[in-house]
Ligand binder design. Structure first.
Ligand code: DC
Length: 197
């Protein structure tokens, strides 16, 4: 990469597949900026009130809230993310971030398909619902069956919505982390990026 040019890595996949960890590691390895786009939808839901107005008024301070990581915040985010006007209000910010000089990694659900269809690298990070629920359960505790039900419900909503549903871009490299260590998954991602530089 020539310094100053943009280089976009788009990472999509369902909840708890490991895309956030991979995105952070890829960004750190190549010195790229990183945006967790799920935080945008979590922050819109956390603001309360009219989600469309919240999306249009979103600021950096909203993204710094400390209550965005819970399962409930994720479910609420998935609901507001199905509203086309909410998604539309967040497009310009994400595209500007993606094309900043020096490179950027964005992780979410529609980065390779809708936000950055011309991204230099597209990764689709996935794992079985059972494995993802188990990982989430190790973090949050409680009833593992309930966490699995929550994972399945969010998958169905994110994959089934009409506007920008979660799916792998046709030209995405698929990384299934079900039986991979995090180190192996990060290495697979870095290798895929290296191949396009
Ligand atoms: O990645 P996450 O769990 O923080 O995302 C929370 C919700 O936000 C997810 O269930 C769907 C929505 N989302 C989206 O629709 N598009 C994105 N690019 C990122 C997240």
């Amino acid at each position: 990469m020539v310094a100053g040019l943009s280089f976009t890595v788009a990472i999509d996949g369902p909840a708890a597949a490991g895309k956030g960890t991979i995105a952070r590691a890829v960004a750190a390895h190549f010195g790229f900026a990183h945006l967790d786009t799920g935080l945008l939808y979590r922050a819109v839901a956390a603001r309360g009130g009219d989600p469309v107005a919240a999306a249009r008024a979103l600021t950096a301070a909203d993204l710094a809230r400390d209550d965005l990581r819970s399962l409930a915040a994720g479910q609420a985010a998935s609901r507001v993310a199905a509203i086309p006007e909410v998604r539309a209000a967040l497009v310009a910010f994400q595209r500007t971030f993606a094309r900043q000089p020096g490179g950027a990694v964005l992780d979410g659900r529609d980065i390779g398909t809708v936000i950055c269809p011309t991204a230099e690298v597209k990764l689709y990070v996935t794992a079985s619902p059972e494995v993802r629920a188990h990982r989430r359960w190790l973090e949050v505790g409680g009833d593992e069956a309930a966490v699995l039900a929550e994972v399945r419900e969010r998958d169905a909503r994110d994959m089934g919505r009409a506007d920008a549903p979660l799916r792998a871009a046709a030209d995405a490299v698929v990384i299934d982390t079900s039986e991979m260590s995090i180190e192996a998954a990060v290495l697979a991602a870095i290798t895929a990026v290296e191949a396009r530089r």
